[in-house]
Design a protein around this ligand. Structure first.
Ligand code: SF4
Length: 384
């Protein structure tokens, strides 16, 4: 049962031509819109009948032929593979693309997309860095209203507030199911290997939310019922820095095999960007806005006062009873790597051991990371 679910999830993750999205469009006749990490208002798309399709690069499964020509060498890998997927036709089933404000690379990618695919709907989704309701909130509400109008122009239903309310409830259920799995992994990490949880979450980027919810529940039931998995003497670690470009699956497996139980991480952050359930009373558009302003996780892509940087990471490390922190970021990822010194300072001040390394989505050699993570795990078990 577990193996079947994980296999099904992996197939979805590796289906770069998005055949399930094509099938969904054929069945429903509604548009599908791609989005880059990290946050987009998927509830709003859902309410308008649009399938949100999360894109996180192509991993190791695609040779980059043309994508490199669009960017200088000293940037991350994700935009190169995303362009490659666009140019080779893999994404032609998408009626539009949303580029949330993550970093300059994504901003530039939105401009490239506009020039390269003039027939597609392309929107750079700007988000506020001021979290006061009447400033940042007013701005974000206007952004969402404009987005809803833009989606209508490509065949989506007009935004209806009752429908949005219902969609918020559905996504709240999905959010809760994800949080429960994270809680279960933190309690009993041997039951929920991160390499499996990662695939289950990633598959949700290309599925209707209702289908993903069912997969999450089935997986949770299956791992709870499985008595064959036994605890091992591994170090409990929090992994941070991998919120956008994702590491290869092999790297996650390598970390687990090197003696680490990953008890919290920031993979697939879109599923956990909003911490709690979004309010289900009052104006749902305002509720979406308020959740973004006041109930989002800390992220390097979000303004946080300098004195507060790293505080949330320390809290998460303690809440998950982790022995240490792995700073695991994509090479050349400005948001992750510029934040890292401040986060390290907070972690060191709290007396928490840490180590760090970088990766690219197509990294193929893990031996050095295995030795580093293994040594880190051993030293924690021996001396912490
Ligand atoms: S990996 Fe980092 S630098 Fe690259 S697109 Fe994502 S946030 Fe930007």
């Amino acid at each position: 049962m577990i193996d079947d679910l994980v296999k099904r999830a992996e197939e979805r993750c590796r289906d770069l031509r998005l055949s399930s999205v094509r099938a969904w469009k054929e069945k429903t006749g509604m548009p599908a819109v791609g989005y880059l990490p990290i946050w987009v208002p998927r509830e709003l798309l859902h309410a308008q009948g649009v399938l949100p399709v999360g894109l996180v690069g192509a991993g190791q499964d695609l040779e980059i032929i043309k994508g490199d020509a669009y960017y200088q060498s000293y940037i991350c890998h994700l935009p190169r593979s995303t362009i490659e997927l666009g140019l080779n036709g893999s994404l032609d089933c998408l009626d539009g693309m949303l580029f949330p404000a993550i970093c300059d690379v994504i901003r530039n990618l939105s401009g490239i997309w506009k020039m390269q695919f003039p027939d597609k709907y392309v929107r750079y989704l700007d988000v506020p860095q001021c979290f006061e309701r009447d400033i940042g909130g007013t701005f974000l509400r206007r952004e969402l209203e404009e987005l809803a109008e833009g989606l209508e122009n490509i065949g989506a239903r007009p935004l209806d507030l009752d429908a949005l309310q219902q969609s918020i409830l559905v996504w709240n259920r999905q959010r809760r199911a994800v949080q429960e799995l994270y809680g279960l992994r933190s309690e009993q990490p041997w039951r929920v290997p991160t390499s499996e949880l990662y695939l289950i979450l990633r598959a949700g980027l290309v599925m209707p939310v209702e289908e993903h919810l069912s997969m999450l529940v089935s997986y949770a039931d299956a791992v709870r019922a499985d008595d064959e998995r036994r605890p091992m003497d591994q170090a409990r670690v929090v992994l941070t820095g991998s919120f956008c470009e994702q590491p290869p699956l092999g790297l996650i497996k390598t970390l687990e095999r090197s003696g680490c139980y990953i008890v919290d991480d920031d993979f697939m952050q879109v599923h956990r960007w909003i911490k709690g359930p979004i309010a289900d009373e009052g104006d749902p558009l305002d509720n979406l806005v308020d959740a973004f302003l006041h109930d989002a996780i800390d992220s390097p892509t979000r303004y946080i006062d300098e004195g507060d940087k790293g505080r949330e990471l320390v809290e998460r490390t303690r809440a998950n009873r982790a022995d240490g922190v792995l700073f695991c970021a994509p090479s050349f990822c400005d948001p992750a790597l510029l934040d890292q010194p401040m986060a390290v300072a907070a972690i060191e001040a709290a007396g928490i051991p840490w180590t760090g390394f970088k990766y690219s989505e197509d990294t193929g050699q893990f031996q050095v990371i295995r030795e580093q993570a293994g040594t880190f795990a051993d030293s924690i078990k021996l001396w912490s």
